[in-house]
Structures are given as C-alpha cells and as structure tokens.
Write a protein that binds this ligand. Structure first.
Ligand SMILES: N[C@@H](CCC(=O)N[C@@H](CS)C(=O)NCC(=O)O)C(=O)O
Length: 271
C-alpha cells in the first residue's frame, strides 16, 4: 500500500480485542464496541495458538477469548469486559442503569448456553464437516500455524471433544438446554416486543442474539452467514429455524449489526 506523505497515519485505537472469528462470546463484545462507537482493533487468534496469549493476558488461569487489551490492563471474560466498559465508558446507551439488573439476568441466561451451542454444532459436524472446520480454524493463521493445525487436527479434535464434553449424551443435554432457552425467548417475544428489556436495544439483546447467532446464521455475520457454515455446522439446527427466536436474531442483525469496525471481516491471513 502506498502512503501519501501529506496524509497523517490513522491513529491506532487504544483497545485491541483478541477473539476467534467464529466465537459467539467474542461477537457479543465486538458488537457492543461497534454499536457504542468505541474504537478498537481486532486480532483473530488461531485455536491452540491462543492458549498462551489468553493465559498471559487474562492472568486468571483461563484460556478463553475474548480478551480486551486496554492501556489500563487486559480484561478476560465477556461479562467482565461489559462491566469494565460500563465503568470506563458509562453511561452507555446499551446498559441503562434503570434496567441493568434485568439486562444482566437475560444476558446470564444466554451466556449459560454458549458452550451448549458450540457442543451441539461440533457434535453434529465433526467427521462430516472436518474440512470446513479446518478452514474455520486456519482462516486467520500464519502459514506455519495453519500447517500445524491441519497436521494435528485429529489430536486437536480429540482434545476438543474432551474439553467440551462432545459425546452423544453431552449433545443431547445441549439440545435440551438450547431448546429451553429458545422456548423462553419465544415466550418473551410473544407480546410482539422488539427488544428484550426496557423497550430499547441493550446488551440483553446483543447477548441473546450473539449467542444464538451460530444457530440462526444471520447473513451479516462473516462466519455464520457463510452458506457452507449454514449447511455444514448449523444444519443440525434446522428444526429451530422456524422458531420466532431465530427470526428475531436475524432481525436484530439486519437492523442493528452494522459494520464490524475492528476489521474481522477484512483480516488478511497473518503473514
Ligand atoms: N465465560 C467466557 C466464555 C468464553 C468462551 O468459552 N470462549 C471460547 C470460544 S467461544 C474459548 O475461548 N474457548 C477456548 C478455550 O477455552 O481455550 C466469556 O464469556 O468470555
């Protein structure tokens, strides 16, 4: 790329969001930052190679993403990140104080099924969808990382199955718990409301929509909207597609998702 010497370099945003491109917990934070106009740069990590950065940045003995790196330190765990944003950027329109307890109750309900959603999708796509999964896991990888993931895939898949308890019984329980959350959301929406709490868009909506997005597959999302993802990963979720909850997720995305300013959709393969 050629730089015009008279044009100043764009300032580097103070925040870096470390994610997996396909992580629904990461999507919740990405969406909150985008919708709140908070500038950030996104770094999509590659599974396995995320372990050390997540451990060292999080300092909590946890390897999960997202992690938000700020000039004041790094925050791991999406509810903690939301709390930090509220404390440092408040008052935030997405987290109105008057409705905060209810917003957090709704968010907890959907955070609680995040692992079930991952368990359910992988349980139904390991084997038949391996090529697509390898692509998802290497999309943002450097060439040497991608080569490692492809070679070690059987071992990584085995470790994944153990960590996420991906068994027939685990998938059946995940199905049941996701079903309960979808039932709850259908009931909540039955009075014709658009927003889950307080008549306005809040992190309750963003959390519910993000955590269900891998099942609803809104076309605005660069991973879940991909027709191959829809078929390979989310095919098992077909019975839920007709439910009002899934239409609501797609509607939230169509109305409110907007641009992903951290660059996830554009991230080139690491050099
Ligand atoms: N409670 C965490 C859960 C995040 C989570 O489970 N992230 C998954 C990706 S969706 C992850 O990082 N898995 C890899 C690992 O645990 O090492 C949050 O809300 O941020």
């Amino acid at each position: 790329m050629t730089m015009n010497p008279t044009q100043p370099m764009p300032p580097t945003p103070p925040y870096t969001l470390y994610t997996f491109a396909m992580s629904h917990y990461s999507e919740k934070i990405r969406w909150t930052l985008d919708a709140s106009g908070i500038a950030y740069r996104e770094v999509c990590l590659t599974p396995v190679f995320h372990l050390l950065p997540a451990l060292t940045m999080g300092k909590r003995g946890q390897t999960t993403l997202p992690v938000l790196k700020t000039p004041h330190g790094s925050i791991q765990d999406s509810p903690r990140i939301l709390q930090w944003l509220r404390e440092h950027h408040g008052p935030m329109a997405l987290m109105p104080a008057a409705h905060l307890p209810e917003i957090e109750d709704v968010a907890k309900r959907f955070d609680a099924i995040g692992k079930d959603v991952a368990r359910y999708l992988y349980a139904h796509s390991f084997g038949s969808g391996d090529e697509h999964i390898k692509r998802l896991w290497t999309d943002h990888a450097a060439p040497a990382q991608a080569a490692f993931i492809r070679r070690a895939y059987p071992l990584i898949q085995w470790a994944f199955r153990r960590k996420l308890n991906i068994t027939a019984a685990g998938a059946a329980r995940a199905h049941q718990r996701i079903g309960q959350a979808v039932d709850w959301l259908d009931t909540r929406l039955a009075d014709g409301r658009t927003y889950l709490v307080g008549g306005q868009l809040s992190t309750a909506d963003l959390t519910a929509a993000s955590l269900l997005a891998p099942l609803a597959c809104p076309s605005e999302h660069p991973v879940y909207g991909d027709p191959t993802f829809r078929q390979t990963m989310a095919g098992a979720a077909a019975p839920w597609q007709v439910r009002p909850s899934m239409a609501w997720v797609r509607q939230m995305y169509a109305r409110h998702r907007g641009a992903m300013h951290g660059g996830v959709a554009l991230s080139p393969k690491a050099a």
